[in-house]
Design a binder for this molecule. Sequence first.
Ligand code: GLU
Ligand code: ZN
Length: 283
Amino acid sequence: MTYIGRFAPSPSGPLHLGSLIAAVASYLDAKANKGRWLVRMENLDPPREMPGADQLILEQLQAFDLVWDGDVLFQSERISDYQNQLDMWLKEKKAYACRCPRKQIRAAGGVYNGHCRYLNLPAEDSAVRFLNSSPLTQFEDLIHNTVINTSARTSEDFIIRRRDGLFAYQLAVVLDDIYQNITHIVRGQDLIDTTVWQNSLYAALNVKPPQYAHIPLILGNDGRKLSKQTGAPALDTKKSSQLLVEVIARLGQQPPKELLLESNTRILNWAIDNWQLSQVPKN
Ligand code: GLU
Ligand code: ZN
């Protein structure tokens, strides 16, 4: 089996340290396994996007000499595929329309109770939920081994198309990873809780899920996840080699100090040759 990995940024802003680490980890794991490394732009939520961030991200990757294989796939090109799958599941009653106001769900403890499951509401002007009839509560992770998720949300009928008509990440990510024949997903731990939902979609599609590896998040000084929303500082690509060495060290690898004087390509090659996924910290 050939390894196909990917980095799938959302263009809500330029890369920050927290997204760079996901880019580097997915790149190194792919290249250490003689695999391909794809980049997919997850631009399916225009209201949350920053105009031009997609190009900025690609330029940043280039500045770090993170060279992707093949063409960049934009999720905006994939809408008809998402729509076809949604229509099929609606027809098969594996998905259904829901008009419960978010406020009501929040008031009921934040977990959707399946209220609209059998109401046969029209899909127009409604959210569409996946009928999660056999919820999964665990999956295998290359870093965390068996991940057990006991939260009530695992059995929720989660949203696959929002009421505003935009497709949900859960649906798009699965259809795209299948479309691109992705075998390994290396990404941030913030996505570990909903992986079981994604695996339910794989099961419904009769496709074997990829291998997962969830890498630790980089937290800001306030202990919150670094993100555009929490004001993560922009990456200084003039210091790209320093940042690369820092990120490689945060991934539990032990880059020698001398690497700081080397080019990005040499740093990355050292990291590919010495990559040990087992050394990546769990937290
Ligand atoms: N687009 C998602 C993000 O930026 C990542 C999706 C994934 O790696 O599965 O957080
Ligand atoms: Zn509902």
